[in-house]
Design a protein around this ligand. Structure first.
Ligand SMILES: NC(=O)c1ccc[n+]([C@@H]2O[C@H](COP(=O)([O-])OP(=O)(O)OC[C@H]3O[C@@H](n4cnc5c(N)ncnc54)[C@H](O)[C@@H]3O)[C@@H](O)[C@H]2O)c1
Length: 361
């Protein structure tokens, strides 16, 4: 990858991506008289010092800290943040910075865009998943009543600053989680990216800058074209219909799994469904499933859990007139959306996942 950050000003969002992006964002930050930063307990410890070190001339007026983890992406935490802003009399011309992974950028974007009908915010993602996916595209929101992303809105940050410098402190399991979304771009739209990753375990990859820039550009391309998910953006949901149900299932049992682990399992099921509907080549299907197995362990799901998973899917935002619409892959690097899938086939895909014998993990 080139050593200088990649800059892209779109109609609504300014992107700075790559090594050095953090320092480069200083000019924009100086436009604001008041800056509030949202962090979680881990990004407060690991990322806030990096932020301060590289931007020593930026005054941070208030730091709001939430606990870490998906369980915090909820209404109580939103109220907690709104309350802090209200008590500090934060006005509408302030800047709200989200410094964290997808949980912080999702809830922070939601809180910022609803507080006083919206204050400007900037996302500084600090996880692989945030850099490659969650911080881009203006989907903000919280989980509600056990359902993922049940309440929220589309609201774009003024800027997204993606600097891999934050990744040095990321735990192994979070690298793995982000890797699921990176693989997804290969499968749905970027064959060349898939071939860069193919046959590798995420721990053996050393060209992350390159890969992050590539994945982020893939996402920007899609959301620029279809900001409100009316069409092609739905392709990004590949693996997520079943994946979100699995994620909610474990979250509701107080045994949270990472977003990426759940999506990886969802991608196995949905690759299997794709192969049934589009008659994708058997060898290709096996290659995709093996690549996911190489990076993710199999979940201990059992057939008696299937009805609950199906119930969770019925609450999915992709349900129309009681029917579930999937985003699937027609072939490697080419996805399609709004494919109606019978519940019988969904059940069979889960049985395939549960009963398959995994040789390499
Ligand atoms: N809005 C979107 O378009 C979109 C897309 C994909 C996923 N998401 C959402 O993103 C969330 C998952 O994001 P995530 O995987 O980043 O989870 P996360 O925000 O919970 O971060 C994972 C863990 O890593 C810690 N962490 C973050 N940065 C760190 C760093 N640099 N060093 C050490 N620890 C660090 C966090 O404190 C947390 O414990 C889910 O809620 C998912 O629904 C949103």
């Amino acid at each position: 990858m080139s050593k200088s950050p990649f800059l892209l000003d779109t109609k609504s969002v300014s992107y700075v991506i790559g090594e050095g992006a953090l320092a480069l964002s200083e000019k924009r930050l100086k436009k604001y008289r008041r800056i509030i930063i949202l962090v979680d307990e881990n990004t407060e410890k690991h990322c806030l010092p990096v932020f301060r070190k590289h931007l020593p001339d930026i005054d941070i007026n208030q730091v709001v800290v939430i606990k870490s983890g998906e369980k915090q992406k909820n209404l109580d935490q939103s109220i907690y943040i709104w309350d802090k802003l209200t008590k500090q009399k934060v006005a509408r011309d302030a800047l709200f910075i989200n410094l964290g992974g997808g949980v912080v950028t999702d809830i922070g974007g939601f809180v910022a865009s609803t507080y006083k009908r919206g204050v400007s915010f900037i996302n500084y993602p600090t996880t692989l998943l945030g850099m490659a996916d969650a911080a881009i595209g203006g989907k903000t929101g919280i989980d509600f009543e056990g359902y993922k992303n049940q309440v929220g809105l589309f609201a774009n940050p003024v800027s997204v600053v993606i600097d891999p410098i934050f990744l040095h402190t990321l735990e192994d399991i979070q690298w793995q989680s982000g890797f699921a979304e990176v693989m997804k771009y290969g499968l749905i739209m970027d064959r060349d990216l898939w071939y860069i990753l193919a046959g590798k375990n995420y721990r053996d990859i050393d060209e992350w800058n390159n890969i992050i820039t590539r994945a982020a550009r893939d996402k920007i391309d899609i959301v620029q074209y279809d900001a409100l998910e009316k069409g092609i953006r739905k392709n990004l949901n590949f693996g997520h219909t079943i994946g979100h149900a699995i994620e909610s299932h474990y979250l509701n049992r107080d045994h949270p799994v990472t977003h990426g682990q759940a999506i990886a399992a969802g991608m196995i099921c949905e690759t299997w469904i794709s192969s049934r509907i589009f008659e994708m080549d058997c060898t290709r299907t096996q290659e995709i499933v093996s690549m996911i197995d190489l990076n993710f362990s199999k979940f201990d799901l059992t057939e008696d859990m299937i009805p609950e998973l199906i119930d969770l899917m019925r609450q999915d935002k992709k349900v129309r007139e009681g029917k579930l619409k999937f985003s699937l892959i027609r072939k490697l690097g080419k996805a399609t959306h709004d494919v109606e899938v019978d519940f019988d086939l969904i059940v069979d895909s889960l049985k395939y996942y549960i009963n398959r014998h995994v040789t390499s993990e």
